[in-house]
Design a protein around this ligand. Structure first.
Ligand code: SF4
Length: 62
């Protein structure tokens, strides 16, 4: 499982980094995937995907 952020869509709200800080970090008001493997343990990536207001996060299967 691999989370991907569309930086064109991201508005830097911070939801994903708050929900799943091991995976997402805000840099220059854009979310970056810091550690894509971290989500496999907690399942937090799906929550971040669901709570992104602009649907900028997608989860790709490996
Ligand atoms: S939740 Fe969506 S819009 Fe907000 S920082 Fe994360 S990727 Fe960007």
């Amino acid at each position: 499982m691999r989370p991907v952020v569309d930086e064109e869509l991201c508005i830097g709200c911070g939801n994903c980094a708050e929900i799943c800080p091991a995976v997402f970090q805000l840099i220059d008001e854009k979310s970056k995937v810091f550690d894509p493997d971290a989500c496999e343990f907690a399942g937090c990536c799906e929550a971040a995907e669901e709570n992104c207001p602009v649907n900028a996060i997608t989860i790709e299967e490996d």
